[in-house]
Design a protein around this ligand. Sequence first.
Ligand code: HAM
Length: 419
Amino acid sequence: MPSFQTTPGTRDILPPVASRWRAFVDVFAVVVERAGYEQIVLPMFEDLGVFQRLGDATDVVTKEMYDFVDKGGRHVALRPEQTAGVCRAFVQHHPNVPWKVWYAGPNFRYEKAQQGRYRQFDQVGIEVLGVDDPLLDVEVISLAHGFYRDLGLRNVELHVNSLGDTGDRARYAAALAAYLRSHEVELSEESRATLARNPLRVLDSKRAEDREVVAQAPSIAEFFSPAAGAHFAAVQEGLALLGIDFVVNDRLVRGLDYYRSTTFEFVSTALDAAQTAVGGGGRYDGLVEDLGGEPTPGIGFAIGVDRTLLACDAESVFPALDGAADVFVVDTTGGRTALRLSAQLRGAGLRAERAYGAKSMKSQMKTANKSRAVVAVIIGDDELARGVATVRPMNGGEQSEYPLEAVVATVVDIVKKAK
Ligand code: HAM
């Protein structure tokens, strides 16, 4: 007999956590819609070429892509993130700039599954296309910062860096590679392999053997063009203007190759797991062009829903929603009255629950208690014969009988007063 479980790196999001997720997205939508972002919903799979723009040498492209050839012979991939899809959509639909969009939904990366790192994980995020202004960078960062605050998180650190212009980044990568090669013997085996593919990523290494070499490595700041330096200075001034604390971290390179200029990451200091980055983003000024569009500046961020909720757990904030019912209908006469009354109560906007099957009064009252309803409506044979129902406040208040036609209005009134 087959018995199936979720595959590694995927999870069932069960109640009540699933409604907590929805509430999370709702809070995010409020924050970003106030700032003029509109929702976009992208396909979950696209032509593989769209995602290859994330960088030939990145783990996301070389190791983690869920790609396959479909029945029509197209080489497609499940999206590992949504920035590239937004840029593809921008090139396809020619919207007016600035184009400010937000999104929420799952992404797929074939990563080693562990606490806070999944193969299917959710993100919420924003992207702005068509504006090259350091004060926009500040605004984008401030929206993520404000969102963490709205969730109640206090232990989230903001790290910022700049990767300079395209030329700066290339010159830095060459200088860094030369430096790292000259210290290759001191590096861990993993970092030696990374060095061959993507020297910048060696800076991400958290391995003890690499720490010394990484600490002494040249800084990207030495390679900034005057324009890139001025842009980054303006971003820092803007953050200070808004009173947002940040750390300049010149080792922050991020895992995707499209980044230029401003990059940032939010790190939870409340999480002691290996995965502490709860969100990140930056500028990707060459990406639209890379996908066949006109040169168009872009910036955005994505916040990991799974990981940010782990941070919420660690800080005991943003609890799961209270799933209490407003009213519970108990009917020992066969259930037809409960069917009709619950529909009417729901129609009046209440969360109405009931028991099913011919259960005894005792068993139905037990379920009513578990539902944490404010009030129970009870219909037995005697009540039904007289065309009434008993309305019983569940906090121990006095119960009374009402004609069936008056029950909905009475219950609405009691629930309103109780809330
Ligand atoms: P990213 O840093 O790859 O950036 O992902 C952003 C966030 O998604 C991470 O900080 C983390 O919280 C979460 N995340 C990533 N991978 C996983 C995983 N396997 N399991 C759980 N959570 C994960 C991007 O995706 C860029 N598209 C962000 C961006 C938008 N840059 C510009 N615009």
